[in-house]
Design a protein around this ligand. Structure first.
Ligand code: UDP
Length: 235
């Protein structure tokens, strides 16, 4: 399957048309961005690691009944996906308080939450991806009805349960993650985008050492070394 024209370039991926109008190719970039792209860098090999990790996770989720856009990994940097219309929502699931949750509410960093928290952020760089609730979603037409909102929250919780158990067997704690959904050609909501150490917080089970994009956010060392360690553990 060959790349045709570039249809979109985001912070972490380029999307290309293919000869099949229902399929696109996502090319994972080496670029790193944080804090709404105010901090930027790049590490050779990061894109390839994210493509491989994301492919493994989407495959695992497919095997566990979570419908998603992943078709197959084409090579180290490229993934074949079903075309979807992305819903402008960042769905964040948190098991442990850290990052923006601790800043917003003053909860002590590292506190295990009594239950998994699902949050919605409106995907809009100009507004700085503000946190929103179910009613904002409906008022803004991001999601039309309560059933779709419930469906997305249910899928997010299922993904969380599957990934907590999976990473646990690899001696990794799943702290939190962000997922995105899209609408496919049958008008069905499915999981899309990527699931990688760029979009998850992953801590070593023994030492609580960070193995995710916080290494870049907080200048803690080599992102590629940590992502390679995640890939080695999960493959
Ligand atoms: N996240 C992401 N993209 C974003 C914002 C957050 O992938 O634009 C992920 C982030 O890596 C973490 C989770 O969502 O795993 C929760 O992030 P948080 O709200 O704590 O934001 P941050 O501290 O990164 O500002």
């Amino acid at each position: 399957m060959d790349k045709k024209q570039l249809i979109y370039e985001g912070k972490g991926k380029k999307l290309y048309k293919t000869s099949d109008e229902n399929l696109l190719i996502a090319e994972f970039k080496d670029d790193l961005t944080a804090f709404n792209a105010q901090k930027k860098s790049s590490e050779v090999g990061k894109g390839s690691l994210n493509c491989q990790i994301s492919s493994l996770i989407f495959k695992l989720l497919n095997q566990n009944g979570i419908d998603n856009h992943f078709v197959k990994q084409l090579d180290e940097n490229n993934m074949l996906c079903r075309v979807v219309k992305i819903i402008p929502l960042e769905v964040v699931v948190r098991n442990v308080a850290t990052g923006s949750l601790t800043k917003r509410l003053g909860i002590k960093d590292g506190t295990k939450l009594p239950f998994s928290l699902v949050e919605f952020y409106y995907k809009d760089d100009a507004l700085g991806d503000p946190i929103i609730n179910d009613e904002h979603c409906k008022i803004m037409g991001i999601l039309d009805n309560d059933d779709d909102i419930k469906y997305i929250k249910d899928v997010a919780r299922k993904v969380n349960t599957i990934l907590i158990d999976f990473f646990d067997t690899k001696n990794v704690r799943l702290i939190d993650f962000k997922i995105e959904f899209g609408i496919d050609s049958n008008n069905k909501i499915i999981l899309a985008d990527e699931i990688s150490p760029d979009s998850c917080r992953l801590w070593d089970k023994e030492s609580n050492k960070k193995m995710d994009k916080d290494i870049f956010r907080e200048n803690l060392g080599s992102v590629v070394d940590a992502y390679q360690e995640i890939l080695n553990r999960i493959k």
